[in-house]
Design a protein around this ligand. Structure first.
Ligand code: FES
Length: 110
């Protein structure tokens, strides 16, 4: 397993931009990377069912593992089929050895 070295940008729902460097050596979620960097990212269940942590991936989708069934099911329930792809920050994990920028935009669910 090789360590991923990333730059992560999170645009909050009020437009505030947080940008930080992150290293990931395993199955660490985007939510955990934000928390480790002291960046406030909304969450609820942390297991992929509530949808509170949903983000739009503006850049860097290829650096993330593919969504698993529970994440797919939750996204299908909460998302609009327009715009950049959505992921759950609590479930989306970074691929081993990934390098680059991941840009995320917080999406408010109705
Ligand atoms: S915190 Fe509930 S789906 Fe991510």
């Amino acid at each position: 397993m090789s360590v991923a070295k990333l730059e992560i940008e999170l645009i909050s729902s009020n437009g505030e931009v947080s940008r930080f460097e992150a290293k990931s050596g395993g199955q660490v979620s985007l939510l955990e990377l934000c928390e480790d960097a002291g960046v406030n990212a909304p969450f609820g269940c942390r297991v992929g069912t509530c949808g509170t942590c949903v983000v739009r991936v503006l850049e860097g989708l290829e650096l993330l593992h593919q969504a698993q069934q529970m994440e797919e099911d939750t996204l299908a329930r909460i998302s609009e089929p327009v715009g950049a792809p959505l992921r759950l920050a609590c479930r989306a994990t970074v691929k081993d050895g990934a390098r680059g920028l991941i840009r995320l935009e917080k999406v408010l669910i109705r």
